[in-house]
Design a protein around this ligand. Sequence first.
Ligand SMILES: Cc1ncc(COP(=O)(O)O)c(C=O)c1O
Length: 392
Amino acid sequence: MNELKKVYLDNAASTKVDDRVLEAMIPYFREFYAVPSSEFSHSPGIQIKEAIENARESIAKKIGAQAEEIIFTSGGTESNNIAIKGGAYGQIDNGKHIVISAIEHRSVLESAKRLAKEGFELTVVGVDEEGFIKIDELKKAIRKDTVLVSVQFVNHEVGTIQNIKEMVNMVKSINPKIIFHTDAAYATGWIDLNVKDLGVDLLTLTAHKMHGPKGVGALYIKKGVKITKFIDGGFSEFNLRGGTPNVPGIVGFAKAFEILSKDTIEYVKGLRDKFYEKALNEIEEVRLNGARDFEKRHPNNLNLSFKYVEGESVVLYLDMKGISVITGSACFSRTLEPSYILMAMGYSHEDAHGSVRFTFSKFNTPEEIDYTINVLKNVIDTLRRLSPLKGE
Ligand SMILES: Cc1ncc(COP(=O)(O)O)c(C=O)c1O
């Protein structure tokens, strides 16, 4: 019997670690396992400290920051928690109002909601039908007592890239004291990020969506921005986050960032574009969700709806054929609620249930695209024949 072909198209959730990244990490399990805080006691500690500082330097350079403006964390979720809660409390002398967008990752949404329970006022700004923030609404939301604005760089579900620079300029022209945070977890490595050019105060990075390891990320904190510490228990990361750092992860993070090339990104875009073209040619009534201008869309992202069929059914049928995709965002699809992101974009319940996210990587091949489209065509045909939504 032929083995089931496996095609992994869930690269916005996480990616396969590159062998070069893994090789860079292995010595930090086997040979260099001291803790950096022992740098004042012995030479293994000094070696570890150096490895961390080299990684910090390298990652800072990638985003146009200074090394001392980067703190390492356990990933995008933690960076967002520190940015939102630590950022808001750090500026509390200026006010207690914060602003986020309606399509943020849950780590931003829930951090902001927690602050609202603790006495901050929260304004949530809407998006249009392609997932772009409504700039006028953002402008109206800014107040004298606003201390923090957080808008994601790119949406993890529909791939829409925001114009962060424009928003930063607008927000700061109204109230220059405001701290602007952007969650660039899904953008890390894929899209040019220059903090000086963007003008942001805080920026979230993560390693595992660009062939780096899971469980490691970073937060850029512009020099002079006050952050209230909330992980107590030591002085590490410029006394902002207690705990022993994930040294192999940090080394792997820097390596992954270093090796993700423009050619790789072009290759992945090519796969994505081929997939979309074939889907449009071979399947009827396909709808693209998110930015229609592909220049304003994450290079590895396609989010499609197939009229009359539910995303959940497509995902399950594809999985039976070895193809891994998701409906809604990874952390949300455990429930059968429609995606809050598509709902914020003005979709009906029915349309919001129909979305399927296909996200590609350098480990996918053109043959996998052909195979997936063939399977998808049959799955959609079958489901439409069974669909009560499709009248005769
Ligand atoms: C936009 C966005 N923000 C934050 C996160 C959380 O990152 P991590 O998985 O590193 O905690 C993710 C990952 O799913 C994401 O896509």
